[in-house]
Structures are given as structure tokens and as C-alpha cells.
Write a protein that binds this ligand. Structure first.
Ligand code: NAP
Ligand code: MG
Length: 491
């Protein structure tokens, strides 16, 4: 089924499908002279040919954002909210078209694409509440006639760099709050998902009535525009979602900017799912299955290590093995496929390397299957050691390590023995025990008796250690994308 890339209603005369940049409210050709070939990872079909942005295009995008932001910041809260409510209507009206794009461009299964569409929609609804939620303070001070007021203001321009795994949602998770709070944005999606991570989102907001220049999308090679983006003096906040090594590099480059900027990093994870001796085994197996295999394991919160108490270890391994053997993998467009293709060839190489490491270490291969093109069958390895390279690295693929812990204390030590600290989970029938365990996990997010993958637009999201800096969603993202100005009055 070939999508119709021109099926969006034109509201801009220059719009001619997704083939270039969106700068200053115009659909323009990138001037770098190279093309991004946007391919379907399942069948390699070319979905779009996109002219790449040059350094001049990047400067034009930041200049347009800077210019448009002043007027945008002066719009009334309800006017800004209305843009997001209209965007939600567009998402509803074009649900199938958007899900189709997610399936084709990022190898999302229909299950995952539906989840992602819902997350983007929920994020837009939450953004509609933000213009009126950004509130300042009046603070009493110890001086007669003195009043301290703290005004909350947009930061100005926000730069967003987003990944390919949840492209629509993870771009929108930064873009929507930034815009709602009166900022303008320049967004650089991944070259693997230039449409769902950028141009499609821009089209939705354009149709929703967002003024020209408030959102700009640049599609280009990271080697050409990456450092210039991070180092650019215009954005006051730079928010990056992606891998830890690239996040570190971007933080360094941003530090070289002539004007200092705030930086938010949402990076890799190595989520443990801990099954204590009194856990509901069936629920733990189900959560460890979905949490590992949804979107082929390519989620920052994916369950990367399953740590099981020795007393129920053998039963867990047996039940998990049986459950994983029944997982359907293959064509992402079939409604019950859970594991579709990996997003790109470098992902395939990296997942193959993980499997090779597990085999070299001699871990017990409970579930295995073929690797054909970008399609990797689910794999399960048991008796994995927590200190092995296999367990220490983020696998980002449909490969599950199971680790035996002699007791609760060892399970906790294993869970925390990682450079990462994004999501985590613990299974126990005793809620108080679960809470006490959760409080000792070094992570930004811990779920008791549930999967490791959760993201609600009004609930805090973020990581510790090498999983990142800063917090997303709700009132936390309001703090990230606004700045406070103290103005005191002496009467
Ligand atoms: P990535 O390689 O770090 O890329 C992320 C983004 O950075 C892409 O847009 C990429 O563009 C861009 N980029 C690469 N090099 C750059 C440079 N020098 N300057 C500026 N931009 C640059 O990560 P990924 O492979 O797309 O995503 C997988 C990783 O992201 C995993 O580690 C995962 O855990 C993490 N992740 C974290 C979260 C979270 O919320 N914590 C969410 C999702 C994913 P190109 O792709 O075009 O090169
Ligand atoms: Mg692609």
C-alpha cells in the first residue's frame, strides 16, 4: 500500500509533498545539494526524497524563529491553546494516514503506531492547558514597602533534536509544550524519520493555524548541520532525545556557543525489571514480554534486563520462554504483529553484536530465530551475568537477558549496577515491599507491578545518571521551557 504523500489539504501554496524544509512558514528546497532518501525499513521502498538543509538554511530557520517568537509570545493564552485543540482535530481526522506513515517510515507495528498516535494526541491536549498554567509568584520580603514579583516568561527559541524510534511523539513532546508556552522552535528530526519526526508534525501545526516562523523544521545531515545546530547562539534552550554518546557530544558543543544555553538530555537506558519471590508470575511474564518486545525493543524505557529471584527463577524462565515463542514477528502492517523490522542497518549490526556477545559468553539461548534483512526474530538468553557486556549495554532490540538473583538485596544491587537510570520496574504482591524497593532504585522512574514503558503527558518523565538531564511533561516541562524574571517594587 503506497501512501499518498500529497493527501494533506494544502494551506500553503508552496507545499508540494514532503521533499524539503519548512522554514519561516514556507515549504522550501534544502540548499545543501544532497538528498535524504526516506525509506521503509521493512521493504526498502523510497517514501520521499528530501533535499537536505545547508548551514544557511539552518541560520534562516533560527532567524525566522527568533523573529516570529516576539509576536507569538504576545498572543493570548486561549489563542495558543486553540492551535493545539485544532491540531487534535486534525490528528483525529487523519488518524489512519498518520498511523500509515508511522508504520511505513519507522517500521512501527500497527500496535505501536496506534500507541504513538495516542501519545502525540494526549501531548497536544496537555499543551492546550499550558498557556494558562505558566504562572508567576508574588513573594513577601523582610523590608517595609517592598514586594518581590517573579514573572514567568518564555525562554525565546527552543532547539529540538529528536530520534527515530517514537518520532512523532518524541518530537511533539518537546515541540508542543515549547510552543504552548510562547516559544518558537527549530526542530531537527532524525534522517531515518524526517516526515513523522518533523515535516508531518509541521504540516499538522500549519493547518492548525500556527503562525509562520513559529515552528521550523530542518532536515539535514548531522555531519553538516549537527554541530552548528548545537552551537547556535539563537536557541536559549536545546533539548535532545537520543543516545548517550551523541547527547554528551551535543552538551559539549552547546557549551561552545557564544551565548550560554540551558540543555535538556533524554538519553539511553538499561531498564531492569525485577521479579521478587512473592510476585504474580503470570503478570511479571506478560510485563517483561511487552516491555522488552514492543517496537522491537527500540524504546529508551524498554526492559533491558529481567532480574528474577532464585526461588521462582526456573518457573519464570519456562513461562517466559513459552510466551516469547508465541510472539508474532514480521510485517508491521499486520494488526497482531508485535515485532516488526529494526529501523535501520546500523541498528541491525548493533543487535547482531549483542546476540554474538551473549553467545560468546555461553549464556543459555532459550529462544532464537532467524535474522533476515532488518527483521530480527525474538531472542531470549537465560543465566546471564549482570556484569557481562551483554547485560551492561543498551540492546535496543528484540533480545531479552534473564539474570538470576539469590535474594532481594542482590536483585537491588544488580538493578543499580549500571551507568543508566531511566526506567525500572519491580514485581511483588506486597505493595509496601515494592515501594521500599522502588525507593532504593537509582532511576528517574520506577513502576510497581507494571511494564517499564510509560509516558503520560502530565506526569514527570526523566532519568538519572547517564540517562539524562532535566524532566519532561506537565509542570516539569513548563519549568524547562520558561524562565523566571524577578522584578521588585519599593513603595
Ligand atoms: P542518536 O543517534 O543519538 O540520534 C538522535 C538524534 O541526534 C537524531 O536526530 C540524529 O540525527 C541526531 N544527531 C546525531 N549526531 C548528531 C550531532 N553530532 N549533532 C546533532 N545531532 C545529531 O540516537 P538514535 O539512534 O536516533 O536513538 C536511539 C537512542 O535514543 C537510544 O539510546 C535510546 O535509548 C535513546 N532514546 C532516549 C529517549 C528518552 O526519552 N530518554 C527516548 C527515545 C530514545 P540523524 O539520525 O539524522 O543522524
Ligand atoms: Mg526510514
Amino acid at each position: 500500500m503506497q501512501q499518498n504523500i500529497n493527501s494533506f489539504v494544502f494551506s500553503s501554496p508552496a507545499y508540494d509533498g514532503f521533499n524539503g524544509q519548512f522554514i519561516a512558514g514556507r515549504w522550501v528546497t534544502g540548499t545543501e545539494g544532497a538528498l535524504t532518501l526516506d525509506r521503509n525499513p521493512f521493504d526498502n521502498a523510497v517514501l520521499a526524497e528530501i533535499t537536505q538543509a545547508s548551514l544557511a538554511d539552518l541560520d534562516a530557520a533560527f532567524a525566522a524563529a527568533k523573529e516570529a517568537q516576539t509576536t507569538w509570545a504576545l498572543t493570548l493564552p486561549a489563542e495558543r491553546a486553540a492551535v493545539f485543540l485544532r491540531a487534535v482535530s486534525i490528528l483525529d481526522a487523519r488518524k489512519e494516514e498518520i498511523i500509515g506513515w508511522l508504520v511505513r517510515e519507522s517500521g512501527s507495528t500497527r500496535i505501536k503506531a496506534g500507541v504513538e498516535w495516542g501519545a502525540a494526541r494526549a501531548g497536544m491536549l496537555e499543551a492546550a492547558t499550558m498557556p494558562a498554567a505558566a504562572q508567576g509568584h508574588i513573594i513577601p520580603v523582610d523590608r517595609p514597602g517592598k514586594e518581590a514579583r517573579v514573572y514567568k516568561k518564555p525562554v525565546g527559541v527552543v532547539g529540538v533534536i529528536s530520534p527515530w524510534n517514537f518520532p512523532l511523539h518524541l518530537s511533539n513532546r518537546s515541540v508542543a509544550p515549547a510552543l504552548a508556552l510562547g516559544n518558537a522552535v527549530v526542530l531537527k528530526p532524525s534522517n531515518d524519520t524526517p516526515v513523522t519526526g518533523g515535516l508531518l508534525l509541521a504540516k499538522i501545526y500549519e493547518e492548525a493555524g500556527l503562525p509562520a516562523g513559529v515552528l521550523n523544521v530542518v532536515v539535514g545531515s548531522s555531519g553538516v548541520i549537527g554541530d552548528a545546530f548545537s552551537r547556535h547562539p539563537v536557541p536559549r534552550v536545546l533539548t535532545f532525545t537520543g543516545s548517550t554518546p551523541v547527547g554528551r557530544h551535543i552538551a559539549q558543543t552547546a557549551g561552545e556557543s557564544s551565548l550560554l544555553k540551558r540543555i535538556g538530555l533524554e538519553l539511553g537506558g538499561n531498564a531492569p525489571l525485577v521479579v521478587l519471590d512473592d510476585a504474580d508470575l503470570e503478570k511479571a511474564v506478560g510485563a517483561a514480554l511487552i516491555g522488552r518486545f514492543m517496537h522491537q525493543g527500540q524504546i529508551c524505557m524498554s526492559t533491558n534486563r529481567i532480574i528474577v529471584d532464585a526461588s521462582i527463577y526456573d518457573r519464570f524462565v519456562e513461562a517466559y520462554t513459552a510466551a516469547v515463542k508465541a510472539v508474532k514477528y514480521g510485517d508491521p502492517n499486520e494488526p497482531d504483529t508485535l515485532v516488526g523490522p529494526l529501523c535501520n542497518d546500523s541498528q541491525v549490526r548493533s543487535v547482531k553484536a549483542s546476540i554474538a556477545r551473549a553467545r560468546e559468553s555461553g549464556f543459555r539461548e532459550c529462544v532464537s530465530g532467524p535474522i533476515e534483512g532488518r527483521l530480527v526474530a525474538p531472542h531470549v538468553f537465560a543465566d546471564v551475568t549482570n556484569t557481562s557486556d551483554f547485560a551492561r549495554n543498551e540492546i535496543f532490540g528484540p533480545v531479552a537477558p534473564i539474570i538470576r538473583a539469590i535474594n532481594e538485596a542482590e536483585a537491588l544491587a544488580f538493578a543499580n549496577d549500571t551507568e543508566f537510570g531511566l526506567s525500572s520496574a519491580v514485581f511483588t504482591r506486597d505493595e509496601a515491599r515494592g515501594l521500599a524497593f522502588a525507593q532504593r532504585i537509582e532511576a528517574g522512574m520506577t513502576h510497581i507491578n507494571d511494564i517499564t514503558v510509560h509516558d503520560y503527558p502530565h506526569v514527570m518523565f526523566g532519568g538519572e545518571k547517564n540517562s539524562g538531564l532535566g524532566r519532561f511533561n506537565g509542570r516539569w516541562i513548563i519549568e524547562e521551557f520558561t524562565t523566571d524574571h524577578l522584578i521588585s517594587v519599593q513603595r
